[in-house]
Design a protein around this ligand. Structure first.
Ligand SMILES: Nc1ncnc2c1ncn2[C@@H]1O[C@H](COP(=O)(O)OP(=O)(O)OP(=O)(O)O)[C@@H](O)[C@H]1O
Ligand SMILES: [Mg+2]
Length: 398
């Protein structure tokens, strides 16, 4: 979910009009008859049990799978009659493991569609560097790398950059973060929200994970077998008012602390942090920290990005602030959910996390006490509402 206020929309609307998919040799259709309107510039998350038709529906949008019946419109274009190859150049597609060509460099992978479109070399190179930067990879470091020499999360970022290469109005993603570790997954989700905010594409994302759906989706489409629409609404509406028993059960079993995914880091108050720079006088830094009642400081680089968070005792061991880099410094973005913040703390075995802005600069901190206080409030509110699905929540998170 993104703020609706200052949003650029470059995406196109998508409309499914009586779409049916009957695979040859199957007695029942995989998608019975689906009508769906997706607003330009929204992120819509498809969720539902295995085999309910999520992938089939997604792939009909770019005609990797041909619908048996019905029409699909992207913007004003009826794409059911369009040349599938041309269509796929205007619809970005990201699959689970990134789907990169292993023997091609990152740049060659990202430039694949622009090359087909006949862009000149300079324009492709500029676009590649812009996109690598956008997805958080330093072009100078990664441009010439092979995918096999990168982590799963980095490959996934390249997959997103490649899908955006020809600036398509629509981005389709099929469980794109399924194969990465939970903390990288949180990062990638936050990056996707930031990218969406910056570019305003229409994004359709398939996920098994209801919590991921509520975090990312402006709207969530809950499907049951045969591509049957159980509910299509905002995450808050689905949580507050599940349309059918199927939705209640799906929400209940999947997302124990789903309510917490509605609370973002940006919605709660942060603790102020005392900032120091490499080479600052330790006495001066300790003096400032003590005046602010802090027992530790954050050392940042020239861009304000966190390098380490030493205690005052550690600072006092040297005359000047050291350039030590703590590779495991836990950080969250404003769009991260409180659940993400907790997970990040647990993964780093820390009682707090640093909060960073869109460019990665440290703006404050969030402690476990703050997060737990919000969780307690939410749980007691939910109990007062008589909600059934939070009773077993607290235990499962740890
Ligand atoms: N190529 C195919 N030929 C025949 N049947 C298929 C084919 N692809 C999918 N199906 C069937 O269509 C139904 C929907 O499959 P689909 O892959 O869309 O489900 P899904 O919701 O993406 O599931 P999952 O969460 O497991 O990825 C399933 O019953 C599946 O077995
Ligand atoms: Mg699938």
């Amino acid at each position: 979910m993104t703020d609706s206020a200052a949003r650029t929309v470059t995406g196109a609307s998508i409309r499914l009009d009586g779409v049916v998919k009957h695979y040859r040799g199957q007695d029942k259709p995989a998608v019975k008859k689906l009508d769906l309107d997706i607003t330009a510039g929204d992120i819509v998350a498809f969720v539902g049990p295995s085999g309910c038709g999520k992938t089939t529906t997604l792939k009909m949008i770019n005609r990797l799978i041909e619908p048996t019946e019905g029409r699909i419109l992207i913007g004003e274009r009826d794409v059911t009659g369009e040349n599938p190859d041309t269509l796929r150049q205007s619809v970005g597609y990201v699959i689970q493991s990134g789907g990169l060509f292993p023997h091609w460099s990152v740049a060659r992978n990202v430039g694949a569609i622009p090359r087909v479109l006949g862009w000149d070399t300079k324009r492709i190179a500029e676009r590649t560097d812009y996109l690598l930067d956008l997805v958080g990879l330093d072009p100078a470091v990664f441009r010439d790398r092979l995918p096999k020499d990168m982590s799963g999360g980095q490959q996934q970022r390249v997959g997103v950059a490649r899908a955006l290469a020809a600036d398509p109005p629509v981005l389709l993603m099929d469980e794109p973060f399924g194969a990465v570790d939970p903390i990288t997954r949180l990062r990638l989700q936050d990056e996707l929200i930031a990218i969406q905010h910056e570019l305003g594409k229409t994004i359709v994302i398939v996920t098994h994970d209801f919590e991921e759906a509520t975090k990312l989706g402006d709207k969530v489409l809950v499907l049951s077998e045969g591509g049957h629409v159980e509910q299509y609404a905002t995450p808050a509406e689905i949580l507050a008012d599940p349309a059918t028993p199927f939705v209640s059960e799906f929400v209940g079993s999947g997302a124990t602390l789903a309510h917490l995914t509605l609370s973002r880091v940006k919605d709660v108050e942060h603790d102020a942090v005392v900032i120091a720079r490499v080479g600052d006088s330790s006495d001066e830094v300790i003096g400032r920290a003590m005046a602010a009642g802090a027992t530790w400081v954050v050392v940042v680089d020239d861009d304000g990005r966190g390098l380490s968070w030493p205690s005052l005792d550690e600072v006092a061991t040297k005359p000047r602030v050291s350039d030590y880099v703590d590779a495991r410094l836990p950080t969250v973005a404003p769009s991260s959910t409180l659940n993400d913040a907790l997970d990040t703390m647990l993964a780093a075995s820390q009682g707090g996390v640093l909060v960073t802005d869109g460019r990665g600069a440290v703006t404050g901190a969030l402690t476990i006490a703050t997060v737990m206080a919000v969780i307690r409030d939410q749980l007691s509110d939910a109990r007062a509402d008589g909600s059934t699905y939070v009773a077993h929540a607290a235990g499962e998170q740890a």
